[in-house]
Design a protein around this ligand. Structure first.
Ligand code: G1P
Length: 294
């Protein structure tokens, strides 16, 4: 059994789709209710059982590391004001049961390049990649159930995998679209036959898209480092996955269990806030009353 301990979270992206909100604040620090998006993502990774997070970051993103660091001044103030509940919550953020390191992505050369930046910190181990703007919500169970399942499967089968959701036709050109091998006999959706980054509706091989949870064997780096930059000079993770599969490497497809919100988009961030607010009885009744008057 191979242990899978490390998870890469690439947070170097500049969040241009969310400007001007993201001019001075990382998109990962935008809130869903009273928590920044990145905290949900880190909690998902911890729940799935990882031991180490590697943030691939950018000079403008220091507030992400600060968020998970101890804030001595804030803790002292909360203690003085006897805000015990809040103090406990704030302390818990910097005492997470996981180690966190970060490395910089000096150039904006795409998601594949960001993952390559973490190669040294991964060493010879397998690793997961978790995209921080894709927020999962479940009514029953935990948002990290899918990732936990993928991790468990890896530790038994030592096979790479990714999580797929169903996408509306109109959104196909925003994501990596995968084709599942027919008649494959695996306990999951099956093995992936090919994957294309942001195809047109015409060229899309299915309506299944990569939702941003990946697990790779260490030799995946070899393929990633050979991928040529695309038209926009970006190294695409999807291209490396396709290259990997074409070289007869197996990649399982897991079905997304729950809903997912692409918080890099304004409307999706609003919907994510609504989704999480509706889980709280008080907020739910406020929202319902508000909507009744509209
Ligand atoms: C990236 C990946 C894409 C994936 C998507 C999920 O695209 O390249 O394959 O489907 O994340 O959010 P990006 O959102 O960085 O354009």
């Amino acid at each position: 059994m191979t242990k899978l301990n490390k998870a890469i979270i690439p947070v170097a992206g500049l969040g241009t789709r969310m400007l001007p909100a993201t001019k001075a604040i990382p998109k990962e620090m935008l809130p869903v209710l009273n928590k920044p998006i990145i905290q949900y993502i880190v909690e998902e990774v911890i729940y799935a059982g990882f031991k180490e997070i590697i943030l691939v970051s950018h000079s403008s993103k220091y507030s992400i590391e600060n968020h998970f660091d101890k804030s001595f001044e804030l803790e002292a103030t909360l203690e003085k004001r006897v805000k015990r509940g809040m103090l406990k919550e704030i302390r818990a953020i910097s005492r997470l049961n996981i180690s966190m390191q970060s490395i910089r992505q000096g150039e904006a050369k795409g998601l594949g390049h960001a993952i390559l930046c973490a190669k040294k910190l991964i060493g010879k181990e397998p690793f997961a990649v978790i995209l921080p703007d894709m927020l999962i919500s479940k009514n029953k169970g935990n948002a990290g159930d899918s990732l936990k399942e993928m991790k468990k499967n890896f530790e038994i089968n030592e096979t790479s995998s990714l999580l797929l959701g169903k996408v509306k036709k109109t959104d196909i050109s925003k994501y990596g679209i995968a084709k599942i091998r027919e008649n494959s006999k695996s306990p999951e959706l099956g093995f992936i036959e090919k994957i294309i980054e942001k195809p047109s509706i015409k060229k899309a091989p299915s309506d299944l898209y990569a939702v941003g949870r990946y697990i790779f064997t260490n030799d995946f780096f070899k393929y990633l480092s050979k991928v040529k930059p695309d038209k926009s000079n970006e190294i695409q993770l999807t291209d490396a996955i396709d290259f990997f599969i074409k070289d007869n490497k197996k990649v399982y497809a897991f079905p997304l269990d729950g809903k997912i919100f692409d918080c890099g988009e304004n409307i999706q961030l609003i919907l994510a806030n609504l989704e999480f607010a509706m889980k709280d009885p008080l907020m739910r009744s406020h929202i319902k009353n508000y909507l009744k008057k509209k």
